[in-house]
Write a protein that binds this ligand. Structure first.
Ligand code: DAH
Length: 339
């Protein structure tokens, strides 16, 4: 048996193995169950006993040589494979990354936060009230019985449950906060989304935010209301702003007023923004109607209060000179990225 020839052949074939599959096949051919070297060892029984030890030793030596060589070849194949994949799939980690687009707060949120901060300075807390209301709280408890003509001002979306609707204004929150805090004095603002079923124009949307204000105590007067509104207008629009009040009507206030601020563009001379009047309407307000106080649990002979309601989208439009209220919820990045 040419053991030396066998070893030489096995080593030569091993050198030619270029991948793990070839290595595996080589292994089977020489070292496997019926591999050449295994068979060579089995043949030991055919030899005269005197030759057996030397033969066995030789075969074992070859086996060790082949195993060591195979191990080395396997390592070489692995390394070659790694180098290949590193060059083929090269990743330049020094390249600058792709910029992540920066998010920002919606302009409505920005202005809402400014409004909340101003009222916080004036001692008003934020009270969150529900957007899905019942007819009772949205209308009746605010002094609008079922067939009251004032309801025409607030057409809304009704749910399939009778008497459950999307609130048309934040005013029903007044009832909730009064009932929760009575008989404590109250100084809160109630910001939130409102809904109305109406024609969408550049000045009105079916969905919009309001900020309601409510102060209740034992000696609150219209002077306090005017002072608060004046302070608010000056902090948001500038120290030289003045406000005026006009008589108006809301079912839940008596007396009711409409608040105007001198025009931020012309300062009162008259321009296209204020339509020549010199004044911009900023909110409705008034002294809380005795019936409403009562519905909230407060005795109107002891307590009085003021309330106001404004549309922060309108205010934002004034602040930034925006022309179309529909842009607020249109989700157009060209609009949103400007703020
Ligand atoms: N709720 C009124 C509206 O949506 C706004 C309003 C006016 C609220 C006068 C008030 C108020 O609290 O006193 O048109």
């Amino acid at each position: 048996m040419d053991l030396h020839g066998l070893q030489e052949r096995a080593l030569a074939e091993l050198q030619a193995c270029r991948d793990e599959a070839a290595l595996h096949a080589w292994n089977g051919r020489y070292l496997g169950k019926s591999g050449e070297l295994t068979l060579a060892l089995k043949r030991i029984g055919e030899l005269p006993p005197a030759e057996r030890p030397a033969y066995g030793q030789k075969v074992n030596q070859i086996k060790q040589t082949l195993l060591a060589a195979a191990e080395q070849q396997e390592r070489a194949i692995r390394e070659a494979e790694l180098t290949r994949s590193l060059t083929a799939e090269a990743l330049d980690v020094t390249l600058p990354g792709r910029p992540v687009q920066r998010g920002r707060l919606h302009v409505a949120t920005q202005v809402m936060r400014r409004i909340i901060a101003i009222f916080a300075d004036l001692g008003f807390q934020v009270y969150r009230s529900r957007e899905v209301e019942d007819d009772l709280t949205n209308f009746e408890l605010l002094n609008m019985p079922p067939h009251h003509p004032a309801r025409d001002m607030w057409d809304t979306f009704h749910t399939t449950t009778p008497g459950v609707l999307l609130r048309t204004h934040t005013s029903p929150g007044q009832i909730h906060v009064m009932r929760e805090l009575c008989p404590e004095p109250i100084r809160v603002i109630l910001p939130g989304m409102c809904y109305r079923y109406e024609q969408i124009t550049t000045r009105s949307e079916i969905m919009f935010q309001q900020v309601e204000g409510l102060a209740i105590g034992t000696d609150i007067t219209m002077t306090d209301l005017k002072g608060v509104i004046q302070a608010f207008a000056q902090r948001l629009f500038g120290e030289d702003r003045t406000v005026r009040i006009r008589s108006s009507y809301f079912p839940f206030t008596e007396p009711s007023i409409e608040v105007d601020m001198d025009c931020i563009v012309c300062g009162g001379k008259g321009c296209s923004l204020c339509k020549g009047t010199g004044w911009l309407e900023i909110m409705g307000a008034g002294m809380v109607h005795p019936v409403v106080l009562q519905h909230g649990g407060y005795d109107p002979t002891r307590y009085s209060g003021f309330a106001f309601g404004m549309g922060p989208q309108r205010i934002t439009m004034l602040l930034y000179g925006l022309k179309d209220i529909r842009q607020f919820w249109a989700n157009d990045l060209r609009f949103l990225e400007q703020f």
